[in-house]
Design a binder for this molecule. Structure first.
Ligand code: ATP
Ligand code: MG
Length: 403
């Protein structure tokens, strides 16, 4: 009998995992510089949390959630994203009463029942950051700048898209104008968009079907409907981004697939793959809607697998020392391995006995950088013979001296 992984789920290892970790470490490094703290959130939450926050008529809630009853029949869900859980934690732990504002990040697996394809899995990983409690667009600018720095450091060819989708004051009028416009072009919309038109009309703007994209080309733009507060917020954001030399393009059709966003929305889009690798925005009502005090907030989530796909070069690994030894001095070899590891070196001790030649072949197979050769002379002198496997150079080193 043999087993296979579940469709859409994957094993992460080897080079792919090294790239994945490199991305995660780089994001974490910048989050540290911006003074974010970490939270580890549960993978399972009540399904209602996501229905209420992400929105009933979104793709995630309607089609993509893994929902199952527990033994008492309560509906649980594998989390499809991190913001809802972060908001729940903020409210439930009354963090608003403990801190003037909260800068927090989370990392972990997310689950969405989607059609698997390149860069799209049913279990994938996000590293997301949120700032709770600040309305100032300076935070939106910082978030975009932070993630721009990460992408630049990773040498990924990508651009930033921004838009404003307004607030409760200004969006209804826009929505009305948009629905009216969509009615007039309904003959050109795909079936999904015909349904979205009534339930979630903004989503029609970012439909990928070419006829829909053409149909919305002349649609009214949210930016033309922004109230004074939202307009000012958006103008300030652009001013701050310009000040920090962060390049961006305005995409008036950028709306995001989750209902909770207000004002700023942004995405980082890979030139190479033509897909979004980081997405985020502001959600100024969500905390209140989830039972907390009125608290503006802004966040983003990095799709770690997708960014890892774009990483070309990895930082060099620590050199590998491979210890080969004559059978009669394997006790000394074990001791030498211990000494070198105590110095912090990456050490592999040949588990193969027998000829030094055979052991050296193993060192090459494991891509070791140095062979540490140990015979009876070395044992009696307290030395090792160090061979550089790249150049072939060999020298004797006494263990009191550093390698
Ligand atoms: P898409 O439009 O590609 O479906 P999305 O709008 O659903 O993305 P978000 O919910 O904003 O994506 O998630 C943020 C990021 O998480 C995405 O930009 C992407 O990098 C990553 N992501 C989302 N869904 C998946 C998935 N199924 N597999 C891998 N990565 C994903
Ligand atoms: Mg999606």
């Amino acid at each position: 009998m043999s087993f296979q992984k579940v469709r859409g789920f994957h094993d992460l290892f080897g080079e792919e995992l090294r790239k994945f970790r490199h991305v995660s470490n780089t994001v974490r490094e910048y989050l540290k510089r911006y003074n974010f703290e970490e939270i580890i959130l549960p993978v399972v939450e009540y399904a209602q949390l996501f229905e209420r926050s992400i929105g009933e008529f979104t793709d995630i809630v309607q089609k993509e959630m893994f929902v199952f009853p527990d033994k008492k029949g309560r509906l649980l869900a594998l989390r499809p994203e991190g913001t809802a859980g972060a908001v729940r934690a903020y409210v439930e732990n009354k963090i608003y009463a403990l801190k003037p504002y909260w800068k927090v990040f989370y990392e972990g697996p997310m689950f969405r029942y989607e059609r698997p394809q390149a860069g799209r899995y049913r279990q994938f990983h996000q590293l997301g950051a949120e700032v709770f409690g600040i309305l100032d667009p300076i935070v939106d600018a910082e978030m975009i700048n932070l993630i721009y720095k990460v992408v630049s450091e990773l040498k990924i060819d990508a651009h930033i898209e921004i838009n404003s989708i307004g607030c409760r004051k200004c969006r209804p009028a826009y929505r009305e104008a948009l629905v009216e416009y969509l009615e007039s072009v309904s003959g050109h919309l795909c079936d999904v968009c015909l349904e979205r038109k009534d339930k979630n009309p903004l989503r029609v703007l970012d439909c990928k079907v070419p006829t829909c994209q053409q149909a919305v080309y002349h649609a009214p733009k949210m930016v033309d409907f922004l109230c004074d507060e939202c307009r000012e917020h958006y103008e300030k954001l652009k001013e701050y981004l310009n000040m920090m030399d962060v390049p961006y393009v305005e995409n008036y059709n950028l709306v995001r697939g989750l209902d909770y966003y207000t004002k700023t929305v942004f995405e980082i889009v890979s030139q190479e793959l033509g897909i979004t690798i980081v997405a985020g925005g502001r959600y100024d009502y969500l905390v209140e809607d989830m039972g907390g005090p009125p608290t503006p907030a802004v966040g983003f989530a990095v799709g770690l697998e997708r960014v890892a796909l774009l990483v070309k070069d990895l930082p060099e690994e620590e050199p590998l020392y491979f210890i080969v030894a004559f059978d009669e001095v394997r006790d000394y070899a074990l001791k030498v391995a211990d000494i070198l590891r105590n110095e912090g070196k990456r050490v592999e001790l040949s588990y193969k006995r027998g000829s030094i030649k055979k052991q050296l072949e193993l060192a090459n197979k494991l891509k070791a950088d140095y062979a540490v050769i140990i015979g009876p002379d070395e044992k009696s002198e307290g030395s090792i013979t160090l061979k550089d496997l790249h150049t072939g150079e060999q020298k004797k080193v006494y263990l009191s001296t550093s390698l």
